[in-house]
Design a protein around this ligand. Structure first.
Ligand code: ADP
Ligand code: MG
Length: 176
């Protein structure tokens, strides 16, 4: 299914990520696309909060992938770990192999920024999230460009997401 959600500010984007986290389980792959500054890492912060993982989700400067282990919940159980991949600086497909994402894809929730074009070969099931700035980000003021509304388009691919109602989507939908 495909859904579109308006996210007026960064907090709304994190809140949406927290809601999505409630649906995620080990083995899920989330692929984020959108320009630099679109809000991919911000959304991933919400996912990390919702999953209840250790460490601050951030834009990695030197590492391409970071694993955030799950913290124990009040009842003592733990959810899945979060593996956060920022492939912006990824140079070659050899480096993709070196990430050994296959094992992460079995045991963790894997979120990939800048993964379009190479993650498709990893699994048949994935959730594709695209973040866009409807008002551009064309201003000459950097603050203006960063501020404000984003439009999130969510598209589930494969059996895993068939019929799953995503946050912000109409509850009853005949769309596929
Ligand atoms: P990316 O990972 O896509 O490069 P970031 O999440 O690192 O983007 O940065 C997005 C920036 O835009 C942050 O400074 C964030 O506070 C700001 N921002 C403003 N409005 C929003 C919004 N609606 N959603 C997400 N981020 C927003
Ligand atoms: Mg980022």
């Amino acid at each position: 299914m495909t859904a579109q959600v308006r996210l007026p500010d960064a907090d709304a984007t994190r809140a949406w990520g927290r809601e999505l986290a409630a649906l995620l389980r080990a083995g899920d792959l989330v692929v984020l696309t959108g320009d630099l500054g679109a809000g991919k890492t911000t959304l991933t912060q919400g996912l990390g909060q919702g999953l209840g993982v250790r460490g601050q989700v951030a834009s990695p400067t030197f590492v391409i992938a970071r694993e955030h282990p799950p913290l124990p919940r009040p009842d003592g159980t733990r959810g899945p770990a979060l593996v956060h991949v920022d492939a912006y600086r990824l140079g070659s497909l050899d480096e993709v192999e070196a990430l050994d994402l296959d094992s992460a894809l079995d045991e963790a929730v894997t979120v990939v920024e800048w993964g379009a074009g190479w993650v498709e070969g990893l699994t048949d099931d994935r959730l594709e999230l695209r973040l866009e700035r409807p008002h551009g980000g064309v201003g000459d003021d950097v603050e203006d460009a960063a501020a404000g509304e984003r439009v999130l388009t969510v598209h589930g691919v494969g059996e895993r997401w068939a019929g799953v109602v995503l946050p912000g989507a109409p509850a009853a939908s005949h769309a596929s």
